[in-house]
Ligand binder design. Structure first.
Ligand code: G3H
Length: 540
């Protein structure tokens, strides 16, 4: 209980909040297994919002409800359901025609749209994402589903022809891998999870989905829809602690694909849990420490605007966020002045309030961690360059601009994943390039310059260090049709709308020697439409 009042964010009593955004606690007592919404009578866990509410006891984190904490036994039953639905590749779903799987997913997208308000509201309450960004996350997810369907139609059209090479003709299609375990991150608990879950499903795999650590209840409005749109056991949703759930599943050796977005530490533990790592395919989205490099000839106004959204969208809690700014020493004073001035304009508040961009942080203990980074930097010679930077009020932190940051500070290396902005002044381009070369991460970089020669000279060494070089713009994942990946500890596998279809499938072909007997046989199969795989039908 907190008696003190907040001064940065104007927290409210529930009845003072716009009725469109008021929320009554959700006590979730079920999970999805084998096409059934199974009641759970065991342990549960409370869910608290990063948003504080003023009630009779004072200001405290709002209790959003609770969810099941499945035990090992329940998790193993879920695994059985997914294995049975896959049935070693002989199940209804993995052998179904692509057209029918597309119909299931299209129906899902249509029904999902009806839950927009509910999911958006939960995104705001569970992770503190602003209304605009929560709506964007929902809409982008629907768009991703539609684009995935289109990409699969293209892929299917390309695979519907018979090839003839070296006296052997063949039909090559992409087939499913088996049972996929999907685990998403708390910063995009809907969108990023669905960027693996949707392609995994549509390629014919069966899926066990464990929602992120924060952003759990927002899946609740979609459970019934999942149940009605897919055959039993094709999609299963579990809740609980990592070791009991994901750990148990991996130890079984029966997970064929791990799709995980989170830390490399957890990813490595999960991978090591699998007794037959050669059978496991991993699609991982991990840490990043994307730098911005601002050259003396950069358009400073543009660089400031891009670095501001790059460092502080969703309070810096994006894997693609700019987490280090290298600015040339000739312009560093001007840049910092302009940057802090723009930062001062950012409004802090409740996620649904108009024009708010800074909000409370969902992770327990996060402000303590960020403070430890700030203290370490200050002790080693950095200063906080903006008024009020680093001030903490409950679980909200005012962004802190740190300068000059040096290599001996923790914030130079560690991924802060929050509103702390380290700035380094450089005089030799080798310094930021060396930083990237020596970093454990290799996702993206942003370079700011208006000189073609300067930009060209930076592109060539950088493209082999990271996977996306952004010119005069912040780092970002989108548009989702572009490849999203990383080198070193930043990722494993490439995601994009079309690449995701590939990573959740394997090429498999039916081949026959070109002779009269085989020609007759294959023609009879195709003309009689006897096989779901060997056929030349295509979807328009
Ligand atoms: O957290 C990582 C997200 O994939 C970033 O996506 O660049 O669109 O915010 P975004």
């Amino acid at each position: 209980m907190n008696e003190a009042k907040a001064t940065i964010i104007n927290y409210k009593k529930m009845e003072q909040i716009d009725t469109a955004y008021q929320l009554q606690p959700i006590e979730q007592r079920s999970y999805l297994v084998n096409g059934e919404i199974e009641a759970w009578h065991g342990q549960t866990e409370d869910v608290y919002s990063p948003v504080y509410v003023d009630d009779a006891d004072g200001l405290k984190p709002y209790r959003l409800g609770s969810h099941p904490v499945l035990n090992k036994e329940a998790v193993l039953k879920v695994l059985d359901a997914a294995l049975n639905a896959y049935d070693n590749g002989r199940g209804q779903w993995p052998t179904m025609r692509v057209k029918q799987r597309i119909e299931c997913l299209s129906l899902f997208a249509r029904k999902m749209k009806t839950q927009r308000n509910e999911v958006v509201k939960l995104l705001m309450w569970e992770i503190g994402k602003t209304l605009t960004d929560s709506e964007k996350e929902f809409d982008r997810t629907i768009e991703y589903i539609i684009d995935t369907i289109d990409a699969l139609k293209n892929l299917d059209r390309e695979s519907s022809r018979i090839q003839n090479n070296g006296g052997i003709y063949a039909q090559i299609r992409r087939g499913p891998m088996g049972v996929v375990l999907c685990m998403g991150p708390y910063n995009y608990p809907l969108n990023e999870t669905f960027t693996t879950l949707i392609p995994a499903l549509i390629m014919g795999n069966t899926v066990i989905f464990k929602p992120a650590r924060y952003g759990v209840l927002l899946i609740n409005p979609l459970i019934e829809i999942f149940k009605t749109c897919f055959p039993a056991g094709v999609i299963n949703i579990i809740y609980g602690h990592g070791a009991e759930t994901a750990g148990t599943l991996m130890q079984s050796g029966k997970i064929d694909v791990l799709a995980f977005i989170g830390s490399s530490r957890v990813a490595n533990i999960l991978k090591k849990n699998h007794p037959k790592p050669n059978r496991l395919r991993c699609i991982l989205g991990l840490e990043a420490k994307n730098p911005a490099i601002i050259m003396p000839d950069a358009d400073l106004k543009l660089a400031v605007a891009e670095c501001l959204t790059g460092t502080l969208s969703f309070n810096g809690q994006r894997c693609t966020a700019l987490k280090m700014i290298f600015v040339h020493q000739n312009i560093s004073t001007e840049f910092i002045e302009m940057f802090t001035k723009s930062l001062n304009q950012l409004k802090a508040g409740l996620p649904w309030e108009k024009d708010v961009s800074l909000t409370p942080l969902p992770e327990v203990g996060k402000t303590d961690y960020l403070n430890s980074l700030i203290d370490d930097a200050l002790a080693k010679g950095a200063k906080i360059m903006n008024n009020g930077g680093g001030v903490v009020e409950y679980n909200f932190m005012q962004p802190a601009v740190l300068f000059p940051v040096t290599a001996n500070m923790s914030v130079y290396k560690e991924e802060q994943f929050g509103p702390v902005i380290p700035i380094v002044a450089f005089n030799d381009i080798e310094q930021p390039i060396e930083y990237i070369v020596n970093s454990d991460y290799g996702q993206q970089v942003s370079i700011f310059s208006s000189n073609a020669d300067t930009v060209a000279q930076m592109i060539d060494p950088l493209v082999n260090q990271v996977c996306r070089v952004n010119i005069n713009s912040q780092c970002q994942r989108g548009p989702d049709v572009y490849p999203f990946n990383g080198r070193k500890d930043s990722a494993e596998g490439t995601l994009s709308v079309s690449d995701a279809l590939r990573v959740f499938s394997i090429r498999t072909l039916v081949a026959a020697k070109n002779n009269d007997g085989n020609n007759k046989l294959v023609t009879a199969i195709i003309e009689g439409r006897k096989s779901n795989f060997l056929n030349t039908d295509f979807i328009l």
